[in-house]
Design a protein around this ligand. Structure first.
Ligand code: NAI
Ligand code: ENO
Length: 367
């Protein structure tokens, strides 16, 4: 009997996406708990959850699996609250927080014998927040980190993986410290730098009004993550502050070395620095989802802006290809420009390129 009640506590972007995914399995009944009653209402109306709860204890007592998907600090509070809930049976509890050591620390203080805690972090997201942005395929091909606590067995980890399997993510087991260090380097720290680059541009705009118009693809690509939810990112930086501080110090030291290369016009050393970075960057797999979701983009050259988007969209619609995003890059009225069309899968990317070329469009895929 695999009929399970799965409680998602915090049905925002991540909780809502997980709820949608686990509901794909008809043996799952999804219970939703959230402080925001509108989200619960929306979840019921859209069929994202089967039952809504405003009482955490009641919801938890009906669950076989509990997924805590609230902000990090709130998740820690929910873990503490679980300790005093009388459960009639064993319940597997997991979370989705972007930082793991503080979560596992809280979980390992639990004395309630019926709780088996396994930390979790589905490593894909969006700059949006809230249940309205939830998608069942958000974690497809993404890494899903599991960080078991001392009181969880391999069998429980296998059960949790099975429950979460409709997400189609790739599970990886990591120790909390390892997780926080690595996500610090490839997710949290880059976010700080992206925001800082935006601040630099904003400052320079005061004396150079035209500056934003020059902000082409490069600036937009490297600062994309700066458009994410500020409250969530503050929570992440706070909970991973020790690692962030070390990374910032290392970065400052590296920038000082770079400044020396610039000040001393060290051309060879600069080429080596850039080449080394390029080589490493080119070797990072972009088409398997990582912390920063991979986009399956096709760049389409367009000569005339009028009607170009409609015509490209029409060709793709004729082949039932879903578009994730469409963006106009570097376009000037009447002059050639570029459309960046993003897809959900590599197959869609390939088929689109083929079909657009058959229709006379020049296209490019960047690796
Ligand atoms: N947004 C992202 O890209 C990713 C976020 N995460 C993690 O997932 C968690 C949730 O993030 P999002 O879904 O993006 O946030 P969100 O803001 O979209 O959703 C959070 C939800 O939790 C609810 N909530 C807040 N306090 C609560 C409480 N005490 N009890 C019950 N519900 C409560 C809110 O009403 C909201 O519906 C965070 O811990 C975050 O670190 C993990 C991977 C990616
Ligand atoms: O949008 C991006 O580039 C991300 O990095 C998404 C993301 C945000 C927070 C996480 O804990 C995991 C993934």
């Amino acid at each position: 009997m695999d009929n399970r009640n799965i409680l998602v506590a915090g049905i925002g972007l991540i909780g809502g996406s997980l709820a949608k995914a686990v509901k794909i399995n008809p043996e799952h009944t999804v219970l939703g708990y959230d402080l925001n009653e509108e989200s619960l209402q929306y979840g019921l109306e859209q069929g994202i959850i089967d039952k809504a709860y405003t009482d955490f204890t009641r919801a938890a007592q009906e669950a076989d699996i509990i997924i805590l998907a609230a902000p990090i600090s709130e998740t820690i509070e929910l873990i503490k609250r679980l300790d005093s809930i009388p459960f009639e049976r064993q319940v597997i509890v997991t979370d989705t927080a972007s930082v793991k050591h503080a979560i596992i620390e809280a979980a390992e203080q639990l004395t309630n014998e019926n709780i088996a805690f396994i930390g979790g972090h589905p490593m894909a997201g969006s700059h949006k927040r809230g249940i309205g942005a939830a998608k069942s395929h958000l974690f497809e091909n993404a890494i899903y980190v599991l960080a078991p606590s001392i009181r969880s067995t391999n069998e429980m980890v296998a059960t949790l993986k099975n429950v979460l399997s409709p997400t189609k993510s790739k599970f990886v087991v990591l120790k909390p410290e390892e997780h926080d260090e690595m996500t610090g380097v490839i997710s949290h720290f880059p976010h700080l730098i992206a925001s800082s680059l935006v601040h630099r541009a904003k400052k320079w705009q005061q004396t150079h009004a035209f500056l934003p118009k020059l902000a082409a693809g490069g600036f937009r690509d490297i600062t994309r993550i700066a458009s994410s939810n500020p409250v969530m990112w503050q929570d992440i930086f706070y909970h991973n502050r020790k690692k962030m501080s070390v990374l910032l110090q290392e970065w400052i030291e590296e920038m000082i070395q770079l400044k020396e290369l610039i000040d001393n016009s060290e051309k060879r050393a600069m080429i080596d620095y850039l080449e080394d970075a390029k080589k490493y960057r080119d070797g990072i797999p972009t088409k398997t989802a990582g912390a920063i979701p991979a986009f399956y983009d096709v760049y389409v050259d367009i000569r005339d802006q009028t009607g170009a988007i409609a015509s490209v969209a029409q060709i793709l619609a004729e082949h039932n290809i879903s578009i994730k995003n469409i963006e106009i890059l570097e376009i000037r009225e009447g002059i050639t420009g570029v459309l960046r069309v993003s897809f959900y899968t590599k197959d869609a990317q390939k088929l689109s390129k083929q079909q657009l070329e058959l229709n006379g469009y020049e296209t490019m895929i960047q690796n």
